[in-house]
Design a protein around this ligand. Structure first.
Ligand code: HEM
Length: 427
């Protein structure tokens, strides 16, 4: 993986309590968005939630007046409300400099940003393609890829967990599910990396934006050709299922099919890769839980739910509020934008007992995969990939531990995950 950019150093086991936190909600929001000044994220969420659980902010990097929602029941309510939608206008944050570049064009055709009822139509068609037959191979595929990656790394007794395991694992698994050949792996991984960096508007420099546009053009032309081929000669893969899925005689248009392929690839890999990284950091911070998971693999399914809750990769999403929406004493007016801060909702003490504690037996109902009409379409895939990846990892390298006292955190705000996490194990 080429040049992942600058990150920030964080401690594996934070030894100091976080510094004095400000009383001004705006200052807290500014820190949440600023990776350099952020420090530990969750104390900031706790502070904001206790000061103003629905807070309208003017901090740069978010739409003006955007409502930061940090209380579980607020985020849950808005996520499930038909009056709160993902709208093409929420994709405007990707229209860097207003030039309508290739990256923005792909995003605005992606299901996530389509207006209703188009969103629901495309979602139903894509859902149809997620047939049990199309996704059944995912566990075996992920395990196979995990073994290949560890075969390459194991003799060294040390690796960068992100570069050598958690990043390539889901990309390769989703590529195989989509039926894309091994030979294309390198360029897909490069495009995927450039594309995802441009997807975090708060850290996008002009160079990142340009690379994101180049990646979007690369993806567009690539998938256009692949889709053409599958329409004439469908196979057993997910792209064939996508292009042949039908409802009331309707199918995905060419642009919808292309954007959906990119969305599946992107939504399907970076989120999972970041989650695996966060999970390992969380387990390193709770060694007794790591030991339990290693010794009791049957704990994996509930453990993955708790790891999703504890430190999720998709920290926030935006919704356009179409009709006035009341949350206790606060009204989110029609036309405003709300940020559903999933990461904060998942640590709300009103919802979870001792929310900062990782407890693999908790069996939480979390919001990491959202809720309502945008509930993550890839939830089953994500859960299976994380379970399979952790199972192979703990089986093959049970003595895995941090190789350093620190790791490098990505500088992103919406997505969260380590950029570099050096680990070692006994040979
Ligand atoms: C740990 C891994 C993952 C996490 C944390 C995650 C999280 C989410 C979240 C929070 C949303 C809602 C976005 C919003 O609120 O606007 C979402 C939507 C979506 N996810 Fe995931 N996701 C993960 C993995 C995957 C995978 C593996 C796939 C597919 C291959 C996938 C495909 C999608 C799609 C297509 C949507 C859009 C749904 C729609 O517009 O109706 N995700 N995901």
């Amino acid at each position: 993986m080429r040049g992942r950019g600058r990150g920030v150093t964080r401690e594996i086991h934070p030894s100091r309590p976080p510094a004095e936190l400000p009383d001004d909600p705006e200052e807290i929001v500014a820190r949440i968005l600023d990776a350099e000044r952020r420090g530990e994220l969750y104390p900031l969420y706790h502070r904001l939630r206790s000061l103003a659980p629905a807070h309208s902010t003017q901090v740069a990097g978010l739409p003006p007046g955007c409502w930061m929602l940090t209380r579980f029941r607020y985020v849950d309510r808005v996520a499930r409300s038909p009056a709160a939608v993902n709208d093409p206008r929420t994709a405007e944050v990707f229209n860097h400099g207003g030039d309508g570049g290739a990256f923005y064009q792909l995003m605005r055709h992606a299901m996530l940003f389509l207006e209703k009822p188009d969103h629901d139509r495309v979602r139903r068609l894509v859902y149809k393609a997620f047939t049990p037959a199309a996704v059944a191979p995912v566990r075996a595929l992920t395990e196979q890829v995990a073994h290949e990656l560890l075969d390459a790394a194991q003799p060294n007794g040390e690796m960068d967990f992100v570069e050598q395991f958690s990043y390539p694992l889901p990309v390769r698994a989703i590529m195989r599910l989509l039926g894309l050949p091994y030979a294309d792996q390198e360029r897909i991984e490069e495009w995927a990396w450039d594309f995802s960096r441009a997807g975090d508007p708060m850290s996008a420099t002009p160079e990142i934006v340009e690379r994101g546009n180049a990646a979007a053009r690369g993806f567009h032309d690539y998938f256009e050709r692949v889709i053409e081929g599958r329409r004439s000669r469908p196979g057993e893969d997910l792209i064939s299922a996508l292009v042949t899925a039908e409802e009331d005689g309707g199918r995905l248009s060419r642009e919808e099919a292309i954007s959906t392929c990119v969305l599946l690839l992107q939504a399907g890999h970076e989120t999972t890769s970041d989650l695996l990284g966060n999970a390992l950091v969380g387990l390193f911070r709770h060694p007794s839980q790591l030991a339990r998971l290693r010794d009791e693999p049957e704990l994996l399914p509930p453990a993955v739910e708790e790891l999703l809750r504890y430190d999720t990769s998709v920290q926030m999403s935006m919704r356009l509020i179409r009709e006035d929406l009341r949350l206790d004493g606060v009204t989110l007016p029609a036309g405003s934008i709300a940020a559903l801060v999933y990461g904060a909702a998942n640590r709300d003490p009103e919802q979870f007992d001792r929310p900062d504690r990782l407890d693999l037996e908790r069996r939480p109902t979390h919001l990491s995969l959202s809720a309502g009409s945008y509930f993550c379409l890839g939830n089953a895939l994500a859960r299976t990939e994380i379970q399979a990846g952790l199972r192979v990892l703990l089986d093959r390298v049970p003595s895995i531990r941090p190789a350093r006292d620190t790791f490098v955190q990505r500088r992103t705000a919406r997505l969260r995950g380590p950029q570099e996490l050096m680990v070692r194990w006994d040979a």
